[in-house]
Design a protein around this ligand. Structure first.
Ligand SMILES: [Zn+2]
Length: 94
């Protein structure tokens, strides 16, 4: 497992469409399948995209991301905090 990956190392390997995340190889450990979750704001189509690997628990947070219309997003402080509490083991890169 590579521990010295940068934000850019992650961005380079991420697919352009969400449907392909399941086939994407983790740039850190090589496992297949990258998870993601959108964080948004009320009444705004832009937000954050959290991207991480369930195997090695490393990932990146991408800001100013357009949230697709049909994507599930967490838009309240409570929902976002609950999610972060449930995923507190993730090491965020960059
Ligand atoms: Zn990994």
């Amino acid at each position: 497992m590579k521990s010295n990956l940068s934000y850019l190392d992650w961005i380079k390997v991420l697919p352009l469409i969400d449907a392909e995340y399941g086939m994407c190889l983790c740039p850190s450990c090589g496992s297949e399948g990258i998870s993601y979750q959108y964080f948004g704001f009320p009444d705004d189509s832009f937000g954050w995209k959290l991207v991480w690997c369930r195997s090695c628990m490393s990932g990146v947070r991408i800001s100013r991301t357009k949230i697709p219309e049909n994507a599930e997003s967490l838009r309240s402080d409570e929902e976002q905090q609950k999610f972060l509490n449930q995923h507190s083991g993730i090491q965020w890169v960059g």
